[in-house]
Design a protein around this ligand. Structure first.
Ligand SMILES: C[S@@+](CC[C@H](N)C(=O)[O-])C[C@H]1O[C@@H](n2cnc3c(N)ncnc32)[C@H](O)[C@@H]1O
Length: 302
């Protein structure tokens, strides 16, 4: 198969004629090379061996990602790749990692966290006091390597220590990918993950060792990580605030709607849902929320 950086068509000599003959090079694998039957077979392996339901994600996006692994493993056909993931558990995990995209940062989309700090947390603490409750339940869904829930922990620590004496907060962070949760639990980050953090946060809450930032144990201890699949909509934990940002974009619309109904069921009336910048409520789930901030995709359960 051609290497990705192939600039010229390689030639081989015809010994009889001593003249170069062009070699047939198979073009790179593309998502359209993935016939439906092979795609279905790959789905089956993921479901059987890892309990991962590829069916709820957008086909085009997933096919593009499978094609990346096919190229990397030099599989010429989707059937070859399917056979490979059946016999090679490591490749199956690599595929799962590529399918579940883990891009994240501390204070990703800072204006959304600004809004949470200035309006949403004060509202949630006041509401808890009003209802005679002594605990807030915060849930970061699709937390990847932990930057998002740790950002919530940092905001609580920075700005709400007084409120926390009266009303405590539990911070649950879940992701479908077990490996990424292991990374999250170490709480050690490259400098690029902190590019959007407000001034002073690095110095105050991290220790720099060998070029990597180690989060203070006190902040680390505020977050509990658990494996959890959003597709299991019956198992959502009761929550006051749900952050599900940059996860639903990968799901089919029908599944997005089902998940949003699941969030509405998990929130009490007045509970808050925060989606990613390019995500929005869909279908009948819209009737279950009022929009608090359309720009930051912040909604309140009716
Ligand atoms: C792009 S990251 C988003 C990280 C973070 N929420 C943010 O916005 O910075 C998407 C995460 O969703 C997770 N994910 C994908 N499918 C999931 C599912 N069915 N259940 C739970 N998490 C899932 C992926 O493993 C990945 O870590």
């Amino acid at each position: 198969m051609a290497s990705r950086c192939q600039l010229f068509t390689p030639v081989r000599m015809n010994p009889a004629m001593e003249t170069p003959l062009p070699v047939q090079i198979k073009p790179e694998v593309s998502p359209s090379d993935l016939p439906d039957l092979s795609f279905a077979a790959i789905k089956e392996v993921l479901q059987e061996c890892r309990g991962f339901d590829l069916g709820s994600y957008k086909d085009k996006c997933m096919k593009r990602r499978i094609a990346i692994r096919m190229r990397a493993t030099r599989c010429q056909t989707a059937d070859d790749y399917c056979a490979l993931i059946r016999r090679d558990q490591l490749e199956l995990d690599r595929l799962l990692k590529v399918l579940t995209i883990h891009v994240t940062q501390f204070f990703r989309n800072p204006s959304a966290f600004g809004k949470m700090q200035s309006e949403i947390f004060p509202y949630l603490f006041a509401r808890a006091v009003q209802h005679g409750r002594d605990r807030l339940r915060l849930w970061s869904v699709g937390c990847a390597s932990g930057e998002e829930p740790y950002t919530l922990a940092l905001i609580l620590k920075e700005s709400f220590t007084e409120e926390l004496e009266q009303v405590s907060a539990t911070l649950l962070a879940t992701d479908v990918n077990v490996e990424i949760l292991e990374v999250a639990r170490t709480a050690i980050f490259g400098p690029e993950r902190l590019n959007e953090a407000p001034p002073g946060i690095r110095e105050k809450y991290f220790t720099l060792l060998d070029g990597r930032y180690h989060l203070q144990p006190e902040i680390k201890a505020m977050v509990e990580f658990q494996q959890g699949d959003l597709n299991h909509t019956g198992n959502y934990p009761p929550s006051d605030l749900i952050l599900c940002r940059n996860v639903l974009i990968y799901f089919e619309r029908k599944q997005q709607e089902k998940i949003m109904h699941g969030f509405a069921d998990a929130l009490d009336t007045g509970g808050i849902l925060v989606l990613g910048k390019s995500e929005t409520l869909v279908g009948e789930s819209r009737a279950r929320f009022e929009t608090l901030c359309p720009v930051e995709r912040i909604y309140r359960k009716c």
